[in-house]
Design a protein around this ligand. Structure first.
Ligand code: GUN
Ligand code: FE
Length: 423
């Protein structure tokens, strides 16, 4: 039985606009699920073992809705380029290396260890086109204790031969074999269909992936309306689509009857947003990547106001760092510049909103995840700010805000995923 009590200064989100702070509180966990947050522990739980973190902060684990495991090795390079040049110059040559099992072993080993130590407890991850390396990544993630969706990437046009699947039929056959093996071998690590983006996927490939999606009832992840150059290219390649998202929707790859994440949505127009809302598509807001690749800043407060499903993402290696703390910081900073320079009708994000995006907002993709509400999976981080000097006592909310800006992995002293302690 995985039943216990965690004590500490507890912070989670009451709603997108408001934090809940319980100083010196207790979280009761039974069977890996939260039973409640208490100021005073009810008598009925008095016999459970206690892990007392004293003055430390206990917050929900964070969900990274979009990250490329296969790009971790070259993070921090090519950050002076725009999206399409960056893909051709850095990304595709790097991803070609994953044909080599030895390279995949080393590179994915480093990625998974970094993610295990980071604020992330759940993630939606891109691998490469290579089935063997994708399974290797899943094996390492499974062993880490994290929960994730992993996509073997599909692409069969407009890219170098070294990262191009030979044709739609071969791509779908290999993808199907990968799905079956992954389902057989892993429980915490699930396959997700991953057409890279419209420019690199032929209609035949999209059709085949639509069939696989239905046959195996799979979720979908991809990129959408990220960058001006990309959007113009999609218009040329897919003239029959009314808007970019329609080029996925035509093939049954845009939510509705399945879970779906679309990364970026920096430049989505009203018709696209209406379908995102109708189909319950999750938007993975990736502020650092959108700055680095000169894509812009998504109007994320507007998306929140519209009631869309939104979470945060690092998008490594468009984003240079795997820390979701940094993603929270970048989301706030980018929203302030957007508000000041571009459109004062779309408010900047508050700290509470950005924290909600990183926890409950993205967590919803994975189920009841990202808060300490009753029945939620117990995913948590225990944070120690003793190393972050301040000359006087601070309240818990201020301590959390400082940690998001100043802390790194060394300040995370314990991490739980679905009730299991990873360290
Ligand atoms: N669009 C297609 N592929 C990619 C990628 O690897 N990163 C980003 N940021 N956008 C993409
Ligand atoms: Fe991406």
């Amino acid at each position: 039985m995985n039943d216990f009590i965690i004590k500490g200064n507890i912070v989670d989100s009451e709603c997108p606009d408001r934090l809940r702070v319980v100083e010196n509180g207790s979280i009761v966990v039974t069977d890996g699920l939260c039973r409640g947050v208490f100021r005073a522990l009810p008598e009925q739980f008095a016999g459970l073992p206690v892990q007392d973190f004293a003055d430390r902060l206990v917050i929900p684990g964070m969900s990274d809705l979009h990250i490329h495991a296969s790009q971790y090795a070259f993070r921090g390079l090519g950050m002076d380029m725009e999206l399409l040049d960056w893909l051709n110059t850095y990304t595709f040559p790097e991803e070609a290396k994953y044909l080599d099992r030895g390279y995949a072993e080393r590179a994915y080993g480093g990625f998974v260890e970094a993610l295990r130590r980071s604020p992330t407890t759940r993630a939606a991850i891109f691998a490469t086109i290579h089935p063997e390396a994708s399974l290797l990544l899943m094996e390492k993630l499974e062993a880490s204790g994290l929960r994730s969706f992993v996509g073997k990437v599909n692409m069969d046009r407009n890219c170098p031969d070294s990262v191009r699947e030979p044709d739609a039929e071969t791509a779908c056959r290999e993808t199907e074999a990968w799905i079956l093996e992954a389902r057989d071998r892993f429980t915490r690590t699930e396959p997700i269909l991953t057409p890279r983006f419209v420019p690199t996927c032929s209609d035949g490939l999209m059709e085949g992936l639509g069939r696989l999606r239905k046959r195996y009832d799979l979720p979908v992840q991809s990129h959408l309306s990220e960058n001006g150059g990309e959007i113009a290219w999609v218009k040329e390649l897919s003239p029959a689509s009314r808007f970019y998202g329609d080029a996925y929707a035509r093939f049954g790859l845009f939510g509705g009857d399945h879970r779906c994440i679309m990364a970026h949505c920096v430049l989505s127009e009203d018709e696209e947003l209406a379908l995102i809302e109708k189909n319950g598509v999750f938007i993975a807001h990736s502020p650092e990547s959108n700055m680095n690749l000169s894509s812009g800043v998504a109007p994320v407060s507007r998306y929140l106001k519209l009631g869309l499903k939104v979470g945060l993402a690092t998008d490594v290696a468009g984003g240079s760092h795997e820390s979701m703390f940094k993603a929270v910081q970048h989301a706030i900073q980018a929203s302030k510049l957007r508000w000041r320079l571009l459109d004062e009708s779309v408010k900047a994000l508050s700290f509470a909103q950005a924290f909600w995006l990183a926890t409950a907002g993205g967590g919803a993709f994975f189920g009841k995840v990202g808060r300490f509400g009753e029945g939620y999976d117990f995913d948590a981080l225990v944070l120690d700010d003793a190393s972050l000097f301040h000359p006087q006592p601070l309240d818990v909310r201020s301590r959390l805000e400082r940690m998001i800006y100043l802390a790194d992995d060394r300040n995370i002293i314990a991490k739980y995923v679905a009730g299991n302690r990873l360290f």
